[in-house]
Design a protein around this ligand. Structure first.
Ligand code: GDP
Ligand code: MG
Length: 413
């Protein structure tokens, strides 16, 4: 996806005349890439409209750099889709915070609550877990097991059926015990239904959370926008966590959730295990790289990491230039991943100087042979990898210097 987008942007750089057709071709290519990633149709259409409003080719005075204006408009619009421009509440040590988790059943709430608690515990917080899911049998047992393993205090009941009562009791108890991060796990239902949203509203009203986190399974695709919006309408969602990014999700749902809740993605879940959980911060990922100088092998390595971790959407988030259909052909994700891993293995055999160099002449025959030996790969493979690097570096050069929109720059962290 990031590939098609940056390719579309790069094609714009190649066009000799900038006219309506060039802009439309570019927008169509970007739209197709977004739709294929399960981004909601309406969002894609809005993006097109916004860009066309900014880039009014006829109104632009002669002599203005139309190409740059167009590229910048596309880029800005994509940044805005990824980032609502408003940081979420972050808990502070020693100051009691209540964080409530909401989401449909099976989205990964209970697992993610524990991951979130564990993450903060390792940072020196005193977290606690409250099980306000009285809907699903076994919910309390699951939370109890998770919490016990991670040595995190927990509260819940096998008898009580009122989620609001348990939530309030749990929060009060842990406030007394000077916990500074009190996490309330809630129930879900298989379907969105009025009873669930009413329950969320009541729990929220009773516990007055500092932050409500919407948990979403990355694979729900087109349904993401409506689901996120439905939760946002009943409780004041302030952040999103996307789970199961280790699967085969296309990831467009993440963009939809951001748009529907106007809240940032703060973490992603990358596995069932408690530490398969990563901070998600768009800014460093996304854009700082574009404004920086050179596309080094190290940068390519980092981009590969993003792709392996996040799938196609990782390319959008990292605005990776030029991931061509040769590297990530549709329907061949497994082979592509294997190839990327192979490239990374070879790069692991490179020296720091090689990774940070921008001088292609540095990669002499003897170095290539050394890398091949070190990684146990044929010389041909090393050459392939270096070719890919050159190709990406070239496209990179064409996109350099695009400005990061102000709201994104103002993100915290
Ligand atoms: P809840 O109903 O929303 O509380 O969802 P659970 O926390 O019970 O999770 C539902 C299933 O998803 C469980 O089998 C979890 O192990 C699994 N799960 C949760 N997060 C992840 C993740 O990031 N990756 C993977 N592979 N599985 C996950
Ligand atoms: Mg649960």
């Amino acid at each position: 996806l990031g590939g098609s987008i940056s390719r579309a942007l790069a094609q714009m750089s190649n066009a000799t005349v900038i006219d309506e057709k060039v802009l439309n071709d570019c927008l169509n290519e970007i739209s197709r890439a977004l739709l294929q990633s399960d981004v909601q149709f309406k969002m894609v259409r809005d993006m097109q409209t916004n860009i066309k409003r900014i880039v009014n080719l006829e109104a632009l005075a002669a002599g203005t750099n139309k190409r740059r204006i167009m590229q910048q408009a596309v880029f800005t619009e994509l940044c805005n889709m990824l980032d609502p421009g408003k940081p979420s509440f972050t808990p502070k040590k020693g100051k009691p915070s209540v964080v409530m988790f909401v989401g449909l059943q099976g989205s990964g709430k209970t697992t993610t609550c524990t991951k979130y608690a564990y993450y903060h515990q390792r940072k020196g917080f005193k977290p606690a877990l409250v099980c306000a899911d009285t809907f699903r049998a076994g919910a309390f047992d699951q939370l109890k097991q998770n919490a016990t393993k991670a040595k995190i205090p927990f509260y819940g009941s096998y008898m009580e059926s009122d989620p609001v009562k348990i939530a309030v009791e749990g929060v009060e108890r842990f406030k007394k015990e000077n916990c500074d991060l009190i996490i309330v796990d809630t129930s879900g239902r298989h379907k969105q239904e009025a009873a669930l949203f009413e329950e969320m509203r009541q729990v929220s009203e009773a516990t007055k959370p500092d932050l409500v986190i919407f948990v979403m399974d990355s694979s729900i695709g087109q349904a993401a926008f409506d689901q996120a919006q439905a939760f946002k309408q009943s409780v004041s969602v302030g952040a999103v966590i996307i789970t199961k990014m280790d699967g085969h999700a296309k990831g467009g749902g993440a963009l939809s959730a951001v748009a529907a809740t106007k809240s940032p993605v703060i973490f992603i879940g990358t596995g069932e295990h408690i530490d398969e959980f990563e901070v998600f911060d768009v800014k460093p990922f996304l854009l700082q790289k574009l404004s920086e100088g050179s596309f080094t092998l190290r940068l390519m390595y980092e981009q590969f990491q993003n792709i392996l971790k996040m799938g196609p959407i990782g390319q959008v988030f990292s605005m990776l230039p030029g991931f061509s259909s040769e590297l990530m052909p549709k329907g061949h994700e497994k082979e592509s991943q294997a190839k990327i891993k192979r490239y990374m293995t070879m790069m692991d055999s490179m020296t720091d100087a090689e990774l940070d160099s921008t001088n292609p002449k540095l990669m002499t025959e003897s170095r290539i042979i050394r890398i091949a030996r070190g990684s146990g790969r044929p010389v041909r493979d090393v050459m392939d990898m270096l070719e890919e690097y050159k190709r990406l570096a070239k496209i990179w050069g064409k996109m350099k210097g695009l400005k990061i929109p102000k709201n994104v720059q103002h993100m915290s962290k």
